[in-house]
Design a protein around this ligand. Structure first.
Ligand SMILES: [Zn+2]
Length: 246
């Protein structure tokens, strides 16, 4: 593939530009995860409130059950008390009286249970109020934080768009086949490093010693030289350094 020193310089610039774009992309990619974490926090708080509301509902149901049981016992006491006037024998009288006593004791237990449930309901109502208030405050903060992240993302995206425009401006000066080769390598190399500088006659990408003829060709920069080991496009840092004011 034919090359020129100018093309080699443009390629290095292109890689520098691509690194800037990639770094911005890495920062952009972190943001959705950060937002998802905040959203999970919001959901966890909401589910705590939901659980508390459910507990309040359960207590209400249990209280109604106890009240119905108590009403049934009280009706039973009333009925049995009426029967006391009509019984014929002492034995039957005592039996009914004993049933009434038992029912009264049950009513007493139910009353205690209902009072306990009422206390529980008060506590749960307090909890609910607390969680509700906390949720409002914390959610406000969290939503602000999400907004800040979204702003950051927009800022990074517009910065990246500007860097992409700079990259696009470099592209026309690079022959299509060289560019294609560069893109192909870029996708396969860690950190998108498709180019490697020649450093002390070694490949700067994989550190292998380069044959002298390859180094000579890289200095000439008349055709594309790649490292035999890592296949990166080789360039001579001094010759390929971006010229100022270009
Ligand atoms: Zn190499």
């Amino acid at each position: 593939m034919p090359l020129s020193k100018e093309t080699a310089r443009q390629l290095v610039k292109l890689q520098e530009q691509d690194k800037v774009i990639d770094a911005l992309q890495a920062d952009i990619d972190k943001i959705p995860k950060a937002i998802a974490e905040i959203q999970a926090r919001i959901e966890a708080r909401k589910s705590r409130l939901h659980d508390t509301k459910k507990r309040a509902g359960d207590i209400q149901i249990r209280r109604k059950e106890k009240e119905a049981q108590m009403a049934a016992k009280e009706a039973d006491i009333k009925k049995r008390s009426g029967e006391l006037n009509t019984v014929k024998t002492n034995e039957a009288f005592r039996a009914i009286q004993s049933e009434i006593e038992q029912a009264k004791a049950a009513v007493g237990d139910l009353e205690t249970a209902i009072l306990t449930l009422m206390d529980e309901a008060d506590q749960v109502a307090k909890d609910e109020k607390g969680i509700s208030a906390e949720l409002k405050v914390e959610e406000g903060k969290d939503l602000e934080e999400i907004g800040a992240f979204e702003n950051d993302k927009k800022g990074l995206e517009s910065k990246q768009a500007a860097e992409k425009a700079k990259r696009d401006a470099l592209v026309p000066s690079i022959p299509e086949d060289v560019l294609k080769h560069y893109e192909h390598l870029r996708k396969r190399k860690a950190g998108g490093a498709a180019l490697a500088p020649v450093l002390k006659n070694m490949c700067g990408g994989c550190r292998i010693a380069l044959p002298p003829q390859v180094v000579v060709e890289v200095v000439k920069a008349s055709k594309l030289q790649t490292c035999e080991a890592c296949h990166r496009i080789l360039y001579m840092p001094d010759a390929a350094a971006p010229t100022p004011a270009s």
